[in-house]
Ligand binder design. Structure first.
Ligand code: SAM
Length: 294
C-alpha cells in the first residue's frame, strides 16, 4: 500500500480532527493538500538528494515531508506552537528534518545555516509563505545575503507579478527593482485555490528567485538608489520630473534637477514605470554626486 502523504484532503482532515486544530487566519494558515503541486514546486526549486532546504512555516508538514523525501536535510521555521506536536507525529519517520519554533523575521538564519548544513552545501529556500508577511520575509532573506542558491515560494499571484515585473507594465514598481537588484525573478507556476485548505481569497503563484552573485548595476549609494526609486513611483501617474522635484525639494533647485536628468539622458516627462534598473542606477549616481552632503 502506498504511503498516505500529509498533503491530501483526507490526511489533513484526520489531523485537524485528531488535534482539534483551528486555522488561524492571522498567521496565513492555508495548508497544501495536493502532492502533485508540491512535486512541481520541489522540481522547480532544484532540490536533489544532495541539497539542503530551508522552509518557512511547515504547518502540518505537507511540503516538509516532500522536502524530506527529496532533499538531504530540511530545516523548517514555524511560529505557531500548536503545530509542534502535530509535526512531531507527521515528520516522526524522517530523520533529516529539524523544526525550529521561531518567528522567521526574528531568526538568525545565517547562524542556523552554519549549524545545520554542511559546509558549501547547495541550499534552497522553499516555502508556501504566509501571505500577510510575504514581502517582509522575502526582503529579509535577500537582504541578509544568505548563502542560499535560490528561493522558490508560493505567494499571492499579484505580488509574484509585481516582484517579477519588467518596465512598461502595470505591475512594475519599486518592489520589482528591490527584488531584482538581489535576485533573478520569474514565475514558474500558477496555482488554483482548490489545492489549499482552507481556500484563500486570492490567486497564488510560485515565484522563483535565484540569488545574484553580483549586483546587476553599479550603484554608488544603495540607500539613495532605493529612495530615489520609491520617490519615482510615489505618484504613479505623475511624470518623473514631478516626483523628483517633490523628493529633492529642499536639496536641489528645479533647474539643477533638469540638468541632471539631461546628463542622464532621461526625458523628465517620462513616468517612473518606463525606466529600467540601469537607468535608475545611472540617474541615482548622477544625482547623488550633486547632493549637498551634511
Ligand atoms: N507549509 C504548509 C503547507 O504548505 O501546508 C503551511 C503553509 S501556511 C500558508 C503558512 C505557515 O507559516 C503556517 O504554518 C503559519 O503558522 C506559519 N507562519 C506564519 N507566520 C510565520 C512566521 N513569522 N514565522 C514562521 N512561520 C510562520
Amino acid at each position: 500500500m502506498s504511503k498516505k502523504y500529509i498533503a491530501t484532503p483526507s490526511r489533513t482532515k484526520e489531523l485537524l480532527n485528531k488535534y482539534g486544530f483551528a486555522f488561524k487566519k492571522s498567521l496565513g494558515q492555508n495548508f497544501l493538500i495536493d502532492v502533485n503541486v508540491l512535486e512541481k514546486i520541489i522540481h522547480q526549486a532544484g532540490i536533489t538528494e544532495k541539497t539542503g532546504a530551508i522552509e518557512i512555516g511547515p504547518g502540518m508538514g505537507a511540503l516538509t515531508e516532500q522536502l524530506a523525501i527529496h532533499a538531504d536535510k530540511v530545516v523548517a521555521f514555524e511560529i505557531d506552537q500548536r503545530l509542534l506536536p502535530i509535526l512531531e507525529e507527521t515528520l516522526g519517520d524522517y530523520n533529516n528534518v529539524e523544526v525550529i519554533h521561531q518567528d522567521i523575521l526574528k531568526a538568525d538564519v545565517n547562524e542556523v545555516i552554519k549549524t545545520h548544513f554542511k559546509e558549501d552545501q547547495d541550499i534552497h529556500v522553499v516555502a508556501n509563505l504566509p501571505y500577510y508577511i510575504t514581502t517582509p520575509i522575502l526582503m529579509k532573506l535577500v537582504h541578509d545575503r544568505l548563502p542560499v542558491t535560490s528561493l522558490t515560494v508560493m505567494i499571492q499571484k499579484e505580488v509574484a507579478e509585481r516582484m517579477a515585473a519588467v518596465p512598461n507594465t502595470k505591475s512594475y514598481g519599486s518592489l520589482s527593482i528591490a527584488v531584482q537588484y538581489y535576485t533573478e525573478a520569474r514565475i514558474v507556476l500558477n496555482v488554483p485555490k482548490q489545492v489549499f485548505m482552507p481556500q484563500p481569497n486570492v490567486d497564488s503563484s510560485v515565484l522563483k528567485l535565484v540569488m545574484r552573485k553580483e549586483a546587476p548595476v553599479q550603484v554608488d549609494n544603495e540607500d539613495f538608489f532605493f529612495e530615489l526609486i520609491q520617490a519615482s513611483f510615489a505618484l504613479r501617474r505623475k511624470t518623473l520630473r514631478n516626483n523628483l522635484n517633490k523628493f529633492l525639494n529642499n536639496k536641489l533647485e528645479k533647474q539643477q534637477i533638469e540638468a541632471l536628468l539631461e546628463e542622464a539622458a532621461i526625458d523628465g516627462s517620462r513616468r517612473g514605470e518606463t525606466l529600467t534598473m540601469d537607468e535608475f542606477a545611472n540617474l541615482a549616481n548622477i544625482i547623488y554626486r550633486e547632493l549637498p552632503k551634511s
